[in-house]
Ligand binder design. Structure first.
Ligand code: ADP
Ligand code: MG
Length: 553
């Protein structure tokens, strides 16, 4: 259908009342502006000198964070294109755990550059093609400029962890080094060798958190921390060399679902009934005792009488434990989940050097620790307020993601804007060899990538353009390739020497999701919204407040 036909007065006939439609160049312009506005919002959070954002929800909950994905998620954006940008951050977060801000800033920058090209009359399909070529080439270049590492390169792992933490507000330098150390310890404990490759399942690292203390009180637990209390005060609060039964059994007399009724006509019968019940519960506990278990964790409930007998037998028990926790306990202690007490044998029991109920900030928690080579461990995050604890948790997740990506892929690149300079230089070279208008798009792609060193320089109080010029020329020499922005000194410096390195995968994923998002957004030339909206700017969401294009470079 030709466009002018669509734009005829009849076009709204098939749309509900109040529906809006934006077409062609206008749609692209609006969408680019929105995407850029979203990216601009978080650009000040990039890097170690980046700022935090405080977000207040409708209910008044406060989140203070530096994490790109969290900021965008908490913002509750309205515009569909803004939502796509949020998706970029989420994908990055899910795939690699770190680099969310970078990915979103890159998307915004790619779109802004696309806007320039559109203004010059370059067709969107040419831009998309050029961007695709550039993204493919970028992957090659990144790989060429990466270095290898293994899980035993303690120094490198510490550097990667520290850089991932650099921009987070989680205490002093020493605290960050401490958290890096704990996280590496956790990863090493759960890492497995499979077909000659190291595989790390982050789900095996439980992050438990509790307000109170400081970030420096964060602990690595060689086992599992259960946020529950011991069921009965008469039970031991501490069991050494524990033999652990993991149950999906209710230590209760199951009430039947149907409307069965028991007629009791005399006190004797009542007595007999209760005795029978007690006998059944007692026999359940005896089965546990017979297995040799000294501690019990069950997903279901434990009747008061059963608790009493367990206590009498000196067995510690915890009830209503989450299924996911039981699974972790199984991985940590080597115990097998048993669904019927008749099946419970000594072979099913797990082992922990120590199980102890401790009071943490006024609440009881059960520590299952000193396990033998556990395949599931816990990081117990502490901090003075809920904001601190939550940001520490998010930061630890970033570190886990970064370390996992680095170890699994076995490669890293130089950070601090260094890799981006190589990427841009090489893309420009590549563009020169590509004929046609795609060349223009590849050049714009190269420029867009340089936004990262530019922002880093800016945040260090350096002149972004001068810094870029210096870095570009430095990188032309073989021994200058490691140069990037030394944020703390406000000068360019050897980033390798400073230990500013990042997982290759974080950069690969950021480029991939940014260019994909740019493509998706550029392809749209018709926006139909059946939801009636107040005029631009009238709504609480992002609206089209993208007027800030071209600001602050
Ligand atoms: P993201 O969400 O993208 O990970 P960050 O706020 O963590 O955003 O910032 C990451 C950027 O900061 C990377 O480009 C990284 O190389 C850079 N960076 C981290 N530490 C330093 C440092 N000490 N000096 C210079 N740049 C750094
Ligand atoms: Mg980061």
């Amino acid at each position: 259908m030709a466009e002018n036909q669509l734009q005829g007065g009849q076009q709204y006939l098939f749309l509900p009342e109040g529906a809006t439609r934006i077409l062609g160049r206008e749609a692209q312009r609006t969408n680019i502006a929105v995407a850029y506005a979203v990216a601009s919002l978080i650009r000040t959070t990039l890097g170690p000198k980046g700022m935090d954002k405080m977000l207040v929800s409708e209910l008044g909950d406060i989140v203070i964070t530096n994490d790109g994905a969290t900021i965008l998620e908490e913002m509750n954006v309205e515009h569909p294109v803004a939502k796509i940008m949020v998706e970029v951050a989420k994908t990055q977060d899910k795939e690699v755990g770190d680099g969310t801000t970078t990915a979103v800033i890159l998307s915004g920058e790619l779109l802004k550059s696309a806007g320039n090209l559109l203004d010059k009359g370059v067709h969107p399909s040419i831009i998309i093609k050029g961007y695709k070529m550039a993204a493919d080439k970028a992957r090659e270049i990144l790989s060429d400029y990466s270095y290898t590492l293994t899980i035993s390169d303690e120094d490198k792992l510490n550097q990667i962890a520290y850089v991932a933490l650099a921009s987070k507000n989680v205490g002093s330098d020493a605290s960050k080094k401490y958290i890096s150390k704990l996280t590496i310890q956790a990863i090493k404990q759960v890492a497995e060798q499979r077909d000659g490759k190291v595989v790390i399942d982050n789900d095996l690292i439980k992050i438990e958190k509790k307000e109170g203390g400081s970030v420096d009180d964060t602990e690595f637990i060689n086992g599992v921390l259960i946020d529950k209390e011991v069921a009965h005060p008469g039970m031991p609060k501490q069991v050494k060399n524990a033999k652990i039964a993991l149950l999906d059994v209710a230590l209760e007399i199951e009430k039947t679902e149907t409307d069965a009724r028991i007629e009791i006509t005399s006190p004797d019968q009542m007595q007999a009934f209760l005795e029978q019940e007690e006998k059944m519960l007692k026999s359940m506990v005896e089965k546990i005792e017979k297995s040799g278990a000294t501690a019990v964790f069950t997903q279901k409930g434990i009747d008061d009488i059963a608790q009493h007998y367990l206590a009498k037998a000196g067995i510690m028990a915890v009830r209503r434990v989450k299924k996911s926790d039981i699974e972790k306990l199984s991985k940590a202690t080597g115990g097998r989940l048993v669904t019927s007490l008749d099946d419970l044998t000594a072979d099913d029991l797990g082992y922990a050097g120590l199980i102890e109920e401790r009071k943490v900030s006024g609440e009881e928690m059960v520590f299952v620790e000193k396990c033998k080579d556990p395949k599931s461990v816990t990081l117990f995050v502490r901090g003075s307020t809920s904001q601190v604890v939550n940001e520490a948790e998010r930061s630890i997740k970033d570190v886990l993601g970064a370390l996992t990506s680095a170890i699994e892929e076995g490669r890293y690149v130089i950070g601090g804007g260094s890799i981006e300079i190589d990427l841009a230089n090489k893309l420009r070279e590549y563009a020169a060899g590509v004929g046609g208008r795609e060349q223009l798009a590849i050049q714009e792609f190269a420029e867009a990538v340089e936004i990262i060193p530019k922002i880093l320089a800016d945040s260090a109080g350096m002149d972004p353009i001068d810094t870029l010029v210096q870095l570009r020329s430095k990188h032309k020499n073989k021994d200058g390739k490691v140069y990037g922005v030394n944020i703390y000194e406000g000068a360019i410096a050897d980033m390798n020497k400073l230990g500013v390195i990042e997982p290759l995968k974080v950069k690969e994923q950021a480029i991939a999701s940014a260019s994909e998002a740019a493509e998706i957004i550029l392809r749209i030339d018709d926006m139909i919204s059946s939801k009636s909206r107040p005029p631009a700017g009238g709504e609480g969401g992002m609206g089209a407040q993208g007027g800030g294009m071209g600001e602050a470079d």
